[in-house]
Write a protein that binds this ligand. Structure first.
Ligand code: BGC
Length: 399
Protein backbone atom coordinates (compact mmCIF):
# COMPACT_ATOMS: atom_id res chain seq x y z
CA UNK A 1 0.00 0.00 0.00
CA UNK A 2 1.27 3.40 -0.81
CA UNK A 3 1.59 6.38 1.42
CA UNK A 4 -1.49 8.53 1.12
CA UNK A 5 -1.22 12.27 1.16
CA UNK A 6 -3.99 14.21 2.84
CA UNK A 7 -5.08 15.84 -0.42
CA UNK A 8 -5.71 12.56 -2.16
CA UNK A 9 -7.45 10.80 0.67
CA UNK A 10 -10.98 10.93 -0.75
CA UNK A 11 -9.89 9.81 -4.18
CA UNK A 12 -7.75 7.12 -2.64
CA UNK A 13 -10.62 5.58 -0.71
CA UNK A 14 -12.92 5.66 -3.72
CA UNK A 15 -10.27 4.06 -5.89
CA UNK A 16 -9.41 1.52 -3.28
CA UNK A 17 -13.01 0.47 -2.89
CA UNK A 18 -13.56 0.41 -6.65
CA UNK A 19 -10.46 -1.64 -7.13
CA UNK A 20 -11.86 -4.27 -4.83
CA UNK A 21 -9.23 -3.60 -2.19
CA UNK A 22 -11.85 -2.91 0.42
CA UNK A 23 -14.88 -5.11 0.59
CA UNK A 24 -17.68 -2.71 -0.28
CA UNK A 25 -20.34 -2.38 2.37
CA UNK A 26 -22.36 -5.58 2.24
CA UNK A 27 -26.01 -5.44 3.20
CA UNK A 28 -26.27 -6.13 6.90
CA UNK A 29 -29.14 -8.32 8.02
CA UNK A 30 -31.62 -6.39 10.11
CA UNK A 31 -30.79 -6.93 13.75
CA UNK A 32 -32.26 -5.71 16.97
CA UNK A 33 -30.83 -2.36 18.08
CA UNK A 34 -29.16 -3.98 21.05
CA UNK A 35 -25.70 -5.37 20.33
CA UNK A 36 -25.97 -9.07 19.61
CA UNK A 37 -23.70 -11.36 21.58
CA UNK A 38 -20.64 -12.12 19.47
CA UNK A 39 -19.82 -15.73 18.84
CA UNK A 40 -16.86 -17.21 20.67
CA UNK A 41 -13.53 -16.01 19.32
CA UNK A 42 -11.53 -18.51 17.31
CA UNK A 43 -8.11 -19.44 18.69
CA UNK A 44 -5.93 -17.09 16.77
CA UNK A 45 -2.44 -18.37 16.12
CA UNK A 46 -3.13 -21.57 14.25
CA UNK A 47 -5.99 -21.57 11.82
CA UNK A 48 -7.01 -24.68 9.95
CA UNK A 49 -7.42 -23.43 6.43
CA UNK A 50 -10.11 -24.73 4.15
CA UNK A 51 -9.08 -27.13 1.41
CA UNK A 52 -7.35 -25.34 -1.47
CA UNK A 53 -9.92 -24.28 -3.99
CA UNK A 54 -7.51 -24.13 -6.87
CA UNK A 55 -4.75 -26.13 -8.49
CA UNK A 56 -1.02 -25.41 -8.21
CA UNK A 57 0.71 -23.26 -10.80
CA UNK A 58 4.07 -23.45 -12.51
CA UNK A 59 7.10 -22.51 -10.39
CA UNK A 60 8.69 -19.07 -10.62
CA UNK A 61 11.35 -18.56 -13.25
CA UNK A 62 13.71 -17.05 -10.70
CA UNK A 63 14.21 -18.13 -7.12
CA UNK A 64 11.62 -15.86 -5.57
CA UNK A 65 9.93 -18.01 -3.01
CA UNK A 66 10.34 -16.39 0.39
CA UNK A 67 11.45 -12.80 0.66
CA UNK A 68 11.40 -9.63 2.70
CA UNK A 69 11.07 -6.03 1.57
CA UNK A 70 13.95 -3.76 2.51
CA UNK A 71 11.49 -0.95 3.05
CA UNK A 72 11.78 2.65 4.23
CA UNK A 73 15.35 2.99 2.95
CA UNK A 74 15.84 3.69 -0.76
CA UNK A 75 12.10 4.27 -1.17
CA UNK A 76 12.22 7.28 1.18
CA UNK A 77 12.73 10.67 -0.50
CA UNK A 78 16.39 10.22 0.42
CA UNK A 79 17.83 7.21 2.19
CA UNK A 80 17.77 7.86 5.93
CA UNK A 81 14.79 10.27 5.82
CA UNK A 82 12.59 7.54 7.27
CA UNK A 83 15.17 6.32 9.77
CA UNK A 84 16.59 3.44 7.75
CA UNK A 85 20.01 3.32 6.10
CA UNK A 86 20.73 -0.12 4.66
CA UNK A 87 23.67 -1.99 6.16
CA UNK A 88 25.50 -5.14 5.05
CA UNK A 89 24.13 -6.78 8.21
CA UNK A 90 20.56 -6.42 6.85
CA UNK A 91 21.38 -8.84 4.04
CA UNK A 92 23.18 -11.21 6.40
CA UNK A 93 20.18 -11.21 8.74
CA UNK A 94 17.71 -11.80 5.90
CA UNK A 95 19.70 -14.79 4.73
CA UNK A 96 20.03 -16.14 8.26
CA UNK A 97 16.29 -15.78 8.83
CA UNK A 98 15.68 -18.11 5.89
CA UNK A 99 14.66 -15.75 3.09
CA UNK A 100 15.83 -16.56 -0.43
CA UNK A 101 15.43 -13.04 -1.74
CA UNK A 102 14.93 -9.42 -0.83
CA UNK A 103 12.80 -6.83 -2.60
CA UNK A 104 14.41 -3.43 -2.93
CA UNK A 105 11.91 -0.59 -3.26
CA UNK A 106 13.84 2.32 -4.77
CA UNK A 107 12.57 5.82 -5.56
CA UNK A 108 14.47 6.29 -8.82
CA UNK A 109 12.14 9.10 -9.87
CA UNK A 110 13.42 11.30 -7.03
CA UNK A 111 17.02 10.84 -8.15
CA UNK A 112 16.85 11.46 -11.87
CA UNK A 113 16.77 14.49 -14.16
CA UNK A 114 13.40 15.83 -15.26
CA UNK A 115 14.54 16.31 -18.87
CA UNK A 116 15.80 13.74 -21.41
CA UNK A 117 17.80 11.57 -21.14
CA UNK A 118 16.51 11.58 -17.52
CA UNK A 119 19.93 10.71 -16.13
CA UNK A 120 19.84 8.85 -12.83
CA UNK A 121 22.11 10.35 -10.15
CA UNK A 122 25.43 8.54 -9.94
CA UNK A 123 25.32 8.28 -6.15
CA UNK A 124 21.83 6.75 -6.12
CA UNK A 125 22.72 4.28 -8.85
CA UNK A 126 25.85 3.32 -6.93
CA UNK A 127 23.75 2.67 -3.85
CA UNK A 128 21.40 0.39 -5.82
CA UNK A 129 24.44 -1.43 -7.22
CA UNK A 130 25.77 -1.83 -3.71
CA UNK A 131 22.48 -3.35 -2.50
CA UNK A 132 22.48 -5.77 -5.43
CA UNK A 133 26.07 -6.76 -4.66
CA UNK A 134 25.24 -7.30 -0.98
CA UNK A 135 22.24 -9.48 -1.79
CA UNK A 136 24.13 -11.58 -4.31
CA UNK A 137 27.08 -11.99 -1.97
CA UNK A 138 24.69 -13.57 0.54
CA UNK A 139 23.22 -15.87 -2.09
CA UNK A 140 19.98 -13.88 -2.07
CA UNK A 141 18.05 -12.99 -5.21
CA UNK A 142 16.90 -9.36 -5.36
CA UNK A 143 13.89 -7.67 -6.92
CA UNK A 144 14.68 -4.08 -7.91
CA UNK A 145 11.43 -2.13 -7.87
CA UNK A 146 10.65 1.40 -9.06
CA UNK A 147 8.73 2.63 -6.02
CA UNK A 148 6.68 5.73 -5.18
CA UNK A 149 6.65 7.25 -8.65
CA UNK A 150 3.70 9.48 -7.70
CA UNK A 151 4.04 11.81 -10.71
CA UNK A 152 3.58 8.88 -13.07
CA UNK A 153 0.25 8.14 -11.41
CA UNK A 154 -0.87 11.77 -11.58
CA UNK A 155 0.46 12.69 -15.03
CA UNK A 156 0.87 9.46 -16.96
CA UNK A 157 1.12 11.13 -20.36
CA UNK A 158 3.79 13.62 -19.33
CA UNK A 159 5.81 11.04 -17.37
CA UNK A 160 5.57 8.12 -19.80
CA UNK A 161 8.84 8.88 -21.63
CA UNK A 162 10.68 9.55 -18.39
CA UNK A 163 9.55 6.25 -16.90
CA UNK A 164 10.75 4.37 -19.98
CA UNK A 165 13.97 6.41 -19.86
CA UNK A 166 14.61 5.33 -16.28
CA UNK A 167 14.18 1.69 -17.25
CA UNK A 168 16.44 2.08 -20.24
CA UNK A 169 19.24 3.16 -17.87
CA UNK A 170 18.56 0.59 -15.14
CA UNK A 171 18.37 -2.24 -17.65
CA UNK A 172 21.54 -1.17 -19.46
CA UNK A 173 23.47 -0.81 -16.23
CA UNK A 174 22.44 -4.16 -14.74
CA UNK A 175 22.41 -6.16 -17.98
CA UNK A 176 25.29 -8.47 -16.98
CA UNK A 177 23.86 -9.36 -13.59
CA UNK A 178 22.98 -12.99 -12.91
CA UNK A 179 19.37 -14.14 -13.15
CA UNK A 180 18.90 -13.65 -9.41
CA UNK A 181 18.47 -9.95 -10.18
CA UNK A 182 14.84 -9.39 -11.10
CA UNK A 183 13.23 -6.16 -12.33
CA UNK A 184 9.83 -5.00 -11.10
CA UNK A 185 8.71 -2.24 -13.42
CA UNK A 186 6.58 -0.15 -11.07
CA UNK A 187 5.09 -0.45 -7.62
CA UNK A 188 1.37 -0.03 -6.91
CA UNK A 189 -0.14 1.95 -9.78
CA UNK A 190 -2.89 4.18 -8.44
CA UNK A 191 -4.30 7.69 -8.86
CA UNK A 192 -5.34 9.02 -12.26
CA UNK A 193 -3.71 6.40 -14.43
CA UNK A 194 -6.16 4.29 -16.45
CA UNK A 195 -5.81 0.62 -17.35
CA UNK A 196 -5.10 1.50 -21.00
CA UNK A 197 -2.41 3.98 -20.03
CA UNK A 198 -0.88 1.56 -17.56
CA UNK A 199 -0.80 -1.31 -20.03
CA UNK A 200 0.79 0.93 -22.69
CA UNK A 201 3.43 2.20 -20.26
CA UNK A 202 4.24 -1.31 -19.08
CA UNK A 203 4.57 -2.57 -22.67
CA UNK A 204 6.94 0.27 -23.61
CA UNK A 205 9.09 -0.14 -20.50
CA UNK A 206 9.27 -3.89 -21.02
CA UNK A 207 10.27 -3.41 -24.66
CA UNK A 208 13.18 -1.20 -23.66
CA UNK A 209 14.25 -3.66 -20.95
CA UNK A 210 14.18 -6.50 -23.45
CA UNK A 211 16.67 -4.77 -25.76
CA UNK A 212 19.40 -5.34 -23.14
CA UNK A 213 17.93 -8.07 -20.91
CA UNK A 214 16.16 -10.51 -23.23
CA UNK A 215 15.50 -13.20 -20.65
CA UNK A 216 15.59 -11.53 -17.24
CA UNK A 217 12.56 -12.14 -15.02
CA UNK A 218 10.37 -9.01 -15.01
CA UNK A 219 7.54 -8.46 -12.55
CA UNK A 220 4.33 -6.69 -13.61
CA UNK A 221 1.39 -5.63 -11.49
CA UNK A 222 -2.04 -4.12 -12.07
CA UNK A 223 -3.88 -0.98 -11.01
CA UNK A 224 -5.62 -0.38 -7.66
CA UNK A 225 -2.38 -0.39 -5.65
CA UNK A 226 -1.45 -3.76 -7.18
CA UNK A 227 -4.74 -5.39 -6.25
CA UNK A 228 -5.43 -9.03 -7.01
CA UNK A 229 -8.56 -8.00 -8.87
CA UNK A 230 -6.66 -5.66 -11.19
CA UNK A 231 -4.07 -8.35 -11.82
CA UNK A 232 -6.86 -10.68 -12.87
CA UNK A 233 -9.05 -8.21 -14.73
CA UNK A 234 -7.08 -5.38 -16.27
CA UNK A 235 -3.39 -6.20 -16.64
CA UNK A 236 -2.62 -6.96 -20.29
CA UNK A 237 0.38 -9.21 -20.35
CA UNK A 238 2.62 -8.64 -23.38
CA UNK A 239 2.46 -11.78 -25.53
CA UNK A 240 5.26 -14.20 -26.24
CA UNK A 241 7.47 -13.43 -23.26
CA UNK A 242 8.12 -16.47 -21.07
CA UNK A 243 10.00 -14.53 -18.38
CA UNK A 244 7.22 -12.44 -16.93
CA UNK A 245 5.78 -12.68 -13.44
CA UNK A 246 2.41 -11.27 -12.34
CA UNK A 247 2.40 -9.59 -8.95
CA UNK A 248 -0.19 -8.41 -6.46
CA UNK A 249 -0.10 -6.99 -2.93
CA UNK A 250 -2.16 -8.53 -0.18
CA UNK A 251 -3.30 -6.44 2.75
CA UNK A 252 -6.84 -7.76 3.19
CA UNK A 253 -8.67 -7.12 5.42
CA UNK A 254 -7.19 -3.66 5.07
CA UNK A 255 -8.80 -2.24 8.25
CA UNK A 256 -7.04 -4.99 10.19
CA UNK A 257 -3.61 -4.78 8.53
CA UNK A 258 -3.51 -0.97 8.48
CA UNK A 259 -5.22 -0.25 11.81
CA UNK A 260 -4.08 3.11 13.14
CA UNK A 261 -1.59 3.67 10.29
CA UNK A 262 -0.54 7.32 10.39
CA UNK A 263 -0.36 7.51 6.59
CA UNK A 264 -3.90 6.28 6.01
CA UNK A 265 -7.13 8.30 6.03
CA UNK A 266 -9.10 8.88 9.21
CA UNK A 267 -11.38 5.86 8.85
CA UNK A 268 -8.41 3.59 9.59
CA UNK A 269 -8.38 4.81 13.20
CA UNK A 270 -10.06 1.77 14.82
CA UNK A 271 -7.37 -0.06 16.78
CA UNK A 272 -7.64 -3.37 18.58
CA UNK A 273 -9.01 -5.32 15.58
CA UNK A 274 -8.05 -8.97 15.95
CA UNK A 275 -7.64 -11.71 13.39
CA UNK A 276 -9.69 -13.74 13.05
CA UNK A 277 -12.88 -11.97 14.13
CA UNK A 278 -15.29 -11.70 15.78
CA UNK A 279 -13.72 -10.28 18.95
CA UNK A 280 -14.51 -11.60 22.43
CA UNK A 281 -15.98 -8.21 23.29
CA UNK A 282 -17.45 -5.82 20.72
CA UNK A 283 -15.02 -3.15 19.63
CA UNK A 284 -16.05 0.48 19.33
CA UNK A 285 -15.26 2.00 15.94
CA UNK A 286 -12.91 4.99 16.07
CA UNK A 287 -14.33 8.49 15.56
CA UNK A 288 -12.86 8.60 12.06
CA UNK A 289 -14.36 5.24 11.10
CA UNK A 290 -17.76 6.34 12.39
CA UNK A 291 -17.74 9.18 9.87
CA UNK A 292 -17.45 6.75 6.92
CA UNK A 293 -20.29 4.33 6.31
CA UNK A 294 -18.14 1.58 4.76
CA UNK A 295 -15.72 1.54 7.70
CA UNK A 296 -18.43 1.81 10.37
CA UNK A 297 -20.33 -1.01 8.69
CA UNK A 298 -17.16 -3.14 8.51
CA UNK A 299 -16.58 -2.77 12.26
CA UNK A 300 -20.25 -3.64 12.93
CA UNK A 301 -19.98 -6.81 10.87
CA UNK A 302 -16.66 -7.63 12.48
CA UNK A 303 -18.33 -7.42 15.89
CA UNK A 304 -21.43 -9.34 14.96
CA UNK A 305 -20.80 -11.95 12.29
CA UNK A 306 -19.60 -15.49 12.95
CA UNK A 307 -16.18 -16.64 11.76
CA UNK A 308 -17.56 -18.02 8.49
CA UNK A 309 -18.70 -14.63 7.21
CA UNK A 310 -16.78 -12.24 9.44
CA UNK A 311 -14.92 -9.59 7.38
CA UNK A 312 -11.78 -10.23 9.45
CA UNK A 313 -11.77 -13.90 8.53
CA UNK A 314 -9.72 -16.58 6.81
CA UNK A 315 -12.46 -16.72 4.17
CA UNK A 316 -11.71 -13.10 3.21
CA UNK A 317 -8.03 -13.97 2.81
CA UNK A 318 -8.77 -17.06 0.76
CA UNK A 319 -11.07 -15.13 -1.57
CA UNK A 320 -8.36 -12.62 -2.31
CA UNK A 321 -5.73 -15.26 -2.98
CA UNK A 322 -8.11 -17.13 -5.25
CA UNK A 323 -8.58 -13.99 -7.32
CA UNK A 324 -4.83 -13.77 -7.84
CA UNK A 325 -4.69 -17.46 -8.61
CA UNK A 326 -7.22 -17.12 -11.39
CA UNK A 327 -4.66 -14.89 -13.14
CA UNK A 328 -2.17 -17.77 -12.95
CA UNK A 329 -4.71 -20.21 -14.34
CA UNK A 330 -5.54 -17.93 -17.25
CA UNK A 331 -2.04 -16.81 -18.18
CA UNK A 332 0.04 -19.75 -16.87
CA UNK A 333 2.45 -17.12 -15.50
CA UNK A 334 3.98 -17.37 -12.04
CA UNK A 335 2.43 -15.14 -9.39
CA UNK A 336 4.43 -13.13 -6.88
CA UNK A 337 2.84 -11.61 -3.77
CA UNK A 338 5.41 -8.83 -3.60
CA UNK A 339 4.00 -7.23 -0.44
CA UNK A 340 1.90 -8.45 2.43
CA UNK A 341 2.10 -7.54 6.08
CA UNK A 342 0.45 -6.24 9.23
CA UNK A 343 1.22 -3.04 11.06
CA UNK A 344 2.79 -3.32 14.52
CA UNK A 345 -0.32 -1.69 16.05
CA UNK A 346 -2.10 -5.05 15.74
CA UNK A 347 -1.70 -7.44 18.67
CA UNK A 348 1.20 -9.87 18.16
CA UNK A 349 -0.96 -12.99 18.19
CA UNK A 350 -3.30 -11.71 15.48
CA UNK A 351 -0.38 -10.42 13.47
CA UNK A 352 1.25 -13.83 13.48
CA UNK A 353 -2.04 -15.66 12.79
CA UNK A 354 -2.81 -13.54 9.72
CA UNK A 355 0.76 -13.73 8.45
CA UNK A 356 0.91 -17.51 8.80
CA UNK A 357 -2.41 -17.97 7.06
CA UNK A 358 -1.61 -15.67 4.15
CA UNK A 359 1.84 -17.14 3.73
CA UNK A 360 0.78 -20.79 3.85
CA UNK A 361 -2.20 -20.24 1.56
CA UNK A 362 -0.05 -18.29 -0.89
CA UNK A 363 2.46 -21.13 -0.94
CA UNK A 364 -0.32 -23.68 -1.48
CA UNK A 365 -1.19 -21.75 -4.61
CA UNK A 366 2.43 -21.67 -5.73
CA UNK A 367 2.95 -17.92 -5.15
CA UNK A 368 6.35 -16.54 -4.19
CA UNK A 369 6.11 -13.76 -1.62
CA UNK A 370 7.91 -10.93 0.16
CA UNK A 371 6.80 -9.68 3.56
CA UNK A 372 6.42 -5.88 3.99
CA UNK A 373 8.75 -5.06 5.61
CA UNK A 374 11.91 -5.38 7.62
CA UNK A 375 12.16 -1.92 9.06
CA UNK A 376 9.09 0.38 8.90
CA UNK A 377 5.72 0.47 10.66
CA UNK A 378 5.06 -3.13 9.64
CA UNK A 379 8.46 -4.30 10.75
CA UNK A 380 9.53 -7.76 11.81
CA UNK A 381 13.25 -7.02 12.15
CA UNK A 382 15.09 -5.28 14.97
CA UNK A 383 17.98 -3.38 13.42
CA UNK A 384 19.72 -2.89 16.74
CA UNK A 385 19.90 -6.56 17.67
CA UNK A 386 20.04 -7.75 14.05
CA UNK A 387 17.31 -10.30 14.83
CA UNK A 388 13.96 -11.05 13.25
CA UNK A 389 10.95 -11.25 15.58
CA UNK A 390 10.87 -14.99 16.44
CA UNK A 391 7.09 -15.26 16.35
CA UNK A 392 6.80 -13.55 12.97
CA UNK A 393 9.74 -15.49 11.61
CA UNK A 394 8.01 -18.71 12.62
CA UNK A 395 4.78 -17.52 10.98
CA UNK A 396 6.72 -16.98 7.77
CA UNK A 397 8.98 -20.00 7.79
CA UNK A 398 7.48 -22.82 9.85
CA UNK A 399 4.57 -25.13 9.07
C1 BGC B 1 4.52 1.43 0.85
C2 BGC B 1 4.79 1.62 2.31
C3 BGC B 1 3.64 1.15 3.15
C4 BGC B 1 3.30 -0.26 2.78
C5 BGC B 1 2.10 -0.74 3.54
C6 BGC B 1 4.20 0.02 0.60
O1 BGC B 1 3.98 -0.17 -0.75
O2 BGC B 1 5.62 1.81 0.09
O3 BGC B 1 5.07 2.96 2.56
O4 BGC B 1 3.98 1.18 4.53
O5 BGC B 1 3.07 -0.35 1.40
O6 BGC B 1 1.01 0.11 3.32
Amino acid sequence: MGIVLQASVGAFVVLFVLAGCVTPPAPVAATSPSTPAPSAPVAAETITPPAPSTSPQPPLGAALKRGVNLGDALDAPSEGDWGVVLQPSDFVAAKRAGFDHVRLPARFSAHAAAAPPFSIDAAFFARVDWAIDEALSQGLAIVVDVHHYADLMDQPEQQHARFVGLWSQIAERERSRPRGVVFELCNEPNGKITADEWNAIMADALAVVRTTNPTRAVVLEGLGWASAKALRDSLRVPAGDPNLVGSFHMYQPILFTHQGASFMPEEFDTRGIVFPGPPAQPLEAGPGARRHAWAADWVKRYNEEPAATNPSSPARVIDELDVAHSFAERTRLPVYMGEFGVIENADPKSRAAWTRLVRTEAERRGFGWAYWDDGGAFKIYDRKSGEYDPRMRAALMEP
